[in-house]
Ligand binder design. Structure first.
Ligand SMILES: [Zn+2]
Length: 243
């Protein structure tokens, strides 16, 4: 388990409002606060974190914009919006990402090995918890906005912050075996396989083999060179879930 210093412990004010984050996300963005950090004690870092929050409240935002904060030198991890609430630090990307901010200025100050490792471990934990996709992208704020964020001492180390997918244990899920075809009928077919099909098609997982699912199965069959009959028989099943 990664130690995360909870909000109460660094003196955060409560969020003005929150938005639930959809998980898992497929991106992690690295930021820096761009203010020099001189006092590397926990209280010194917490004082800067509170200043970031005041600054963001001053812009009428819901809360401090980031998901987590990291001490530039210490590698301490602070909870900001955390895993469950949507961050607000990376315009256009907040709905599908977490935002990790280094407390300090990584242009003028050098990020430590401890801080790089802390970010690596935090992301690894996020993957294990199922909150971050194992093949996620790690990017700097500057990759999506013309900014200097994070500074080059952090930006040049993004790949070290990315955990090796091989080292992360992700449970392998196996779809139910094919027994009989899924087709439109009443009452609706609610076999456990329906949700798997809906996941492949990018549909809401309501587990109900209804009209919309049938239409999407037809389109999928057409794209995959199969007869578009809207029925998941053994041929469609094997094409969707076979090796
Ligand atoms: Zn930034």
């Amino acid at each position: 388990m990664t130690d995360i210093i909870p909000r109460e412990e660094w003196g955060a004010e409560p969020a003005r409002w929150t938005t639930n984050q959809k998980r898992p996300v497929d991106h992690v963005f690295i930021h820096h606060g761009a203010t020099l950090l001189r006092d590397h004690s926990q209280e010194g870092e917490a004082a800067i974190a509170r200043a970031y929050q005041r600054y963001h409240f001053g812009k009428s935002w819901a809360d401090i914009a980031y998901s987590f904060l990291i001490g530039l030198k210490s590698g301490r991890i602070y909870e900001a919006r955390g895993w469950f609430n949507r961050p607000g630090a990376t315009k256009n990307w907040n709905h599908r990402s977490y935002a990790i901010c280094i407390i300090g200025d990584t242009t003028q100050q050098v990020i430590s090995d401890e801080a790089v490792r802390a970010i690596h471990n935090l992301i690894k934990e996020g993957i294990k918890l199922g909150y971050i996709l194992p093949d996620f992208n790690i990017r700097g704020h500057r990759d999506v906005k013309n900014k200097d964020c994070p500074g080059h001492t952090a930006y040049s180390r993004l790949q070290e912050m990315r955990p090796d997918v091989e080292t992360v244990v992700v449970p392998k899920l196996v779809p139910p075996a094919f027994t009989k075809p899924l087709k439109l009928r009443w009452p609706r077919n609610r076999s456990p396989l329906v949700k798997w099909v809906q996941a492949v098609l990018g549909l809401p997982l309501n587990g109900d083999y209804g009209w919309l699912t049938v239409q999407r199965v037809k389109a999928w069959q057409k794209e995959n060179g199969l007869k578009p009959d809207g029925i998941v028989g053994s041929i469609t099943y094997n094409k969707m879930f076979g090796e």
